[in-house]
Design a protein around this ligand. Structure first.
Ligand code: PNW
Length: 492
């Protein structure tokens, strides 16, 4: 190793070591919450008129793809046990609950031609129960569970989806908007498009990387912008709420201080986060994406870029369609420059063209890739402030998976360390106004099934009662929401 490399590694080791826990109080008004999503907790997959969605289809037709052949058919049974869920939230002392609406529970065909009243009643009851207990609902309209009939027409890569989503969004505002102050159109659109239509690791499992993922994203961003404008024009004056989109990213730390690696890390952040964020928070796709994808597309024999382009009018329509910034963050990567992959098949990964990895030394969790990097969230928050003109930011997911024991002392430490870095980012001047623990309770962790445990509450999936039990982390989070302090005693 060169001397320069050695010094860099030492500096990285220092900057990534866990410092003392921040002992400042979180600011008055800082919001603490907990999150779930419809498919992961509700169950009742075909009850009371709910339509089939792509995760119902995926788990039923490809049981082998999920650990233990698990499905969300019953999940945490929250369709029947929402009052218990709210009691848990109340016990935790959270300010808000982030949950998602099942599109096919409200609109079984996906279209507004048929509204399923029991589904609407379920969400009305849940919202009422939350408000009666002093908990704000923060609603995600789409957390990956597309109505199957809409997938049968082509799903997100088909243009009709923009209007279908816009109509669904308008209906949600109409039905629930009087009682909801915080809306998110989409959860982690990169997982929808890259996972669903590019790399195929998520429903509906289509593998057309570097093509369908880009088209999916193009429509999804337009659908988001339509929903924001609908709210702005038709509902904002009377309902006075806020609308945004949750985008997820890992933090990309340059693998060395060389110019090439610094550029590589920034490139990865732009492909991961900027892909969605730049059109909305700045304008148009990131320059680096437009340049790299156009170059590779032409070399591959396409007549134009595989990345679709927005018209000037569309760029203006999409830019600024947010009332706050929402971000999910779990982990980090070291990212280095690498030789250009020779032109061949289209690929999102080759379009990025960097080498991202997680060193063995980084602390692991029970799921590969969810390495524990609390320092990354502080760096990410500072990068967001710089890159997107100092937005008001809420972290809509953060947490860690383990084996599910009730005395989850490691999860306590992980929450404390990430929150400590969030508090330090506030001291750095980043405008962070809220934090959301993923998850309220153990639930259907997608391809990991019920083996992936993120909950503050344990759920007994062997019991028909789906009995919930608080873990040690629930007690810690309760202390934090009550005192706004991560340690025993805090300074103002
Ligand atoms: C999120 N990553 O997905 C989802 O929004 C949740 O539904 C899910 O349960 C939770 O994280 C835990 O997995 C992510 O690799 C999946 O960085 C992967 C990553 C991040 C978020």
């Amino acid at each position: 190793m060169s001397l320069r490399g050695f010094i860099f590694c030492c500096l990285l080791a220092i900057s990534t070591a866990q410092d003392e826990t921040n002992n400042k109080l979180f600011p008055e008004g800082f919001m603490f919450g907990a999150a779930t999503s419809s498919y992961q907790i509700e169950g009742a997959w075909d009850e009371d008129g709910k339509g089939e969605n792509i995760w119902d289809r995926y788990t039923h037709s490809h049981p082998e793809l999920v650990v233990n052949n698990d499905t969300g058919d019953v999940a945490c049974d929250s369709y029947h046990k929402y009052k218990e869920d709210v009691a848990m939230l109340k016990e935790l002392g959270v300010d808000f609950y982030r949950f998602s609406l099942s599109w096919s529970r409200i609109l079984p065909t996906g279209f507004v031609n048929k509204v399923n009243l029991p589904g609407v009643t379920y969400y009305k009851n849940l919202i009422k129960e939350l408000k009666d207990n002093g908990i704000e609902p923060l609603i995600t309209m789409y957390h990956w569970d597309l109505p199957q009939p809409l997938q049968d027409i082509g799903g997100w890569p088909s243009e009709f989806i923009i209007e279908a989503f816009a109509e669904y969004a308008r209906l949600c505002f109409e039905l629930f908007g009087d009682d909801v102050k915080y809306w998110l159109t989409f959860n982690e659109p990169k997982q929808t498009c890259l996972g669903g239509y590019g790399q195929g690791y998520s429903a509906p499992g289509i593998t057309l990387s570097g093509l369908a993922d880009y088209v999916c994203t193009h429509h999804l961003i337009k659908a988001h912008a339509r929903a924001w404008h609908i709210y702005d024009q038709e509902f904002r004056a009377t309902q006075q709420g806020l609308v945004s989109i949750t985008i997820d990213t890992m933090w990309h730390e340059p693998a060395s201080d060389s110019e090439e690696d610094v550029v590589a890390a920034e490139t990865a952040l732009q492909f991961e986060f900027g892909w969605y964020a730049n059109p909305i928070y700045n304008s148009d796709y990131p320059e680096i994406m437009k340049t790299r994808i156009a170059e590779r597309s032409l070399a591959e024999g396409f007549n134009k870029s595989r990345l679709p382009s927005f018209t000037d009018e569309e760029i203006a329509y999409i830019s600024g369609t947010f009332d706050f910034m929402a971000v999910n963050m779990y982990t980090s990567m070291l990212t280095a420059a690498t030789d250009e992959v020779p032109v061949g098949e289209p690929s999102y990964t080759y379009d990025i063209g960097v080498n991202s990895y997680q060193p063995d030394e980084w602390e692991s969790s029970s799921i590969l890739y969810f390495k524990i990097t609390p320092w990354g969230i502080r760096k990410l928050l500072n990068w967001l402030k710089e890159t997107y003109n100092d937005p008001a930011i809420i972290i809509t997911e953060n947490g860690t998976p383990d084996d599910g024991s009730l005395d989850d002392v490691k999860r306590v430490r992980v929450y404390r360390d990430y929150l400590s870095n969030v508090r330090s980012a506030i001291e750095d001047g980043v405008n962070v106004f809220g934090y959301t623990a993923w998850s309220l309770m153990d639930n259907f962790e997608w391809l990991q099934g019920y083996a992936g445990k993120f909950g503050l509450y344990h759920v007994d999936f062997d019991s028909i009662n789906r009995t919930r039990t608080p873990k040690t982390s629930a007690a810690y989070y309760k202390k934090v929401t009550k005192t706004r302090c991560l340690v025993d005693t805090c300074e103002e």
